[in-house]
Ligand binder design. Structure first.
Ligand SMILES: NC(=O)C[C@H](N)C(=O)O
Length: 485
């Protein structure tokens, strides 16, 4: 048995009772990394020396009885697009291969204040663009459930590291499904909070109107503990909301009697694997037995979500990624003869194919003559998609469906066709466009591969999302299954 089979609250109790030390926990992380990392390859950078030194320091504080935060002394893995002071942050891009940030993201400051210990930085699709982590500029992360399959993306390293037991929990980011889709593929719990719930100061921007940071954990309760530590307004991020943060762990009452669930017919229709569909219907049955009731509804504009997302996200990306020019950060070409050449060659050599594709798509959508037809139109459709959700939430407490249309696919299966890769996020993208929170929790297996149940909530109602996810988790044991590595 691994120490990380224990939940956050159990680890906290073990630490308080001095049955384990913080040093033991950090040691457990690096021991497991030694054991399985060759197969999984989730980490881009390890922070071993600093982590061990910090563990000793925190053990001393613990001995004095100074700390009570439930995350105190617990190891964590961080997606490599969240800046960490003095610890290399690459976004899995060659253009940032040597970037050592001079400050911490707000989420890092908050986690450090809570007392977590950063074990290392986790692999991802370059600049979070992708659904398989195959777009990383550095390495291929494999799914711990089947090493021939992808872990999902873009937070594939985060989900794989948690599933493989290398860390008890991790942070990811989600622009169009990047926390929930890999969580589903790797059989772990991933939450995309409401847009504005968690500060993005220090998250390297991809699509600023969509990006959110969130926790990837083994259980719903652990997830609630991590969100508690990172949520809340931040003067450094003007899009963070000044809305009180409730106690998420207290919301896990186990009681969902009378809860009203909407199941969009668009989420169980064509293109959804039969095994996934059956797992979701079985999950609805479990929720019904717990006292909830579900009905079929329609989110009629869902079919436009993918096109809308790829116009808006790419437009925003084309502007955000303009800063990587060889002057201010990271890589600079050696082959330039003049300044313009330097910009062009740095970017051509530094960015991978998918990033270039999106920059070109976005630049096109924003260019004069096309702006109204593409960007402006997409903004209008986004409003319609958001309204679909608002209409349903007038009558229902949560919306439920699968997280992904299929379980994890084979490595290389979709790399030659970007459109089939994009289709993977068809069920997660509408949630980002609407800005609402959603979680993925394990709800079954198809041919030995995990399936994720997506529970979507009203704006800033993470508490209800967690309550439903937790009640489901307590009534099932999918989350207890672990991959054999
Ligand atoms: N970043 C995300 O949330 C994932 C999405 N697959 C994208 O490539 O844009």
């Amino acid at each position: 048995m691994s120490l990380f089979d224990h939940s956050v609250s159990e680890l906290h109790t073990l630490l308080k009772k001095k049955e384990v030390s913080i040093f033991d926990l950090v040691d457990e992380s690096y021991r497991r990394i030694d054991e399985v990392e060759e197969k999984v390859q989730a980490f881009l950078t390890l922070n071993e020396e600093q982590a061990r030194a910090k563990a000793k320091e925190l053990d001393n504080q613990l001995a004095k009885g100074e700390e009570t935060n439930p995350l105190f002394g617990l190891p964590i893995g961080i997606k490599d697009n969240i800046v960490t002071k003095g610890l290399r942050t690459t976004c899995a891009s060659k253009i940032l291969y040597n970037f050592d940030p001079i400050y911490d993201a707000t989420v890092m400051e908050r986690l450090n204040a809570a007392g977590t210990i950063t074990i290392g930085k986790l692999n991802m699709d370059e600049f979070a663009m992708g659904s398989s982590t195959e777009n990383s500029g550095f390495q291929l992360t494999r799914n711990p459930w089947d090493l021939e399959r992808v872990p999902g993306g873009s937070s594939g390293g985060s989900a794989a590291a948690v599933a493989a037991g290398e860390v008890p929990f991790a942070l990811g980011s989600d622009t169009g499904g990047s926390i929930r889709q890999p969580a589903a593929f790797c059989g772990v719990v991933g939450l995309k909070p409401t847009y504005g719930r968690v500060s993005r100061f220090g998250l390297v921007a991809f699509a600023s109107s969509l990006d959110q940071i969130g926790p990837i954990t083994r259980t719903v309760e652990d997830n609630a503990y991590v969100l508690q530590a990172i949520a809340g307004v931040d003067p450094m991020d003007s899009t963070s909301a000044n809305i009180p943060v409730p106690n998420y762990v207290e919301a896990l009452t186990g009681d969902i009697k009378g809860l009203k669930i909407a199941v969009p017919k668009e989420y169980l229709g064509e293109g959804v694997d039969e095994g996934v569909r059956q797992s979701v219907l079985a999950a609805l049955n479990v929720l019904e037995k717990l006292g909830a009731a579900w009905e079929e509804v329609s989110l009629p504009h869902s079919k436009y979500a993918l096109a809308t997302y790829y116009l808006l996200a790419s437009s925003e990306a084309s502007a955000n990624l303009a800063r990587f020019d060889g002057v201010r950060y990271g890589y600079r070409t050696d082959n330039a003869k003049n300044l313009i050449d330097m910009y062009k060659l740095t970017r051509s050599e530094g960015f991978g194919a998918e990033v270039k594709r999106r920059i070109m798509l976005g630049t096109f959508a924003l260019s004069s003559g096309y702006y109204d037809a593409y960007y402006k139109k997409a903004q209008k459709v986004r409003t319609l998609i958001k309204r679909d959700f608002e209409n349903v939430f007038e009558r229902y407490d949560v919306i439920i469906g699968p997280t992904t249309p299929t379980p994890a696919f084979q490595i290389g299966e979709k790399t030659s066709d970007p459109l089939t890769m994009y289709m993977n996020d068809i069920l997660t993208i509408p949630v980002n466009l609407a800005g609402v929170p959603a979680i993925s929790v394990p709800c079954g297996f198809v041919d030995g591969l995990p399936v994720g149940l997506q529970i979507i909530g009203k704006h800033f109602d993470e508490s209800t999302v967690y309550r439903v996810a937790h009640a489901f988790e307590q009534a099932t044991d999918y989350h207890k299954q672990k991959p054999v590595l």
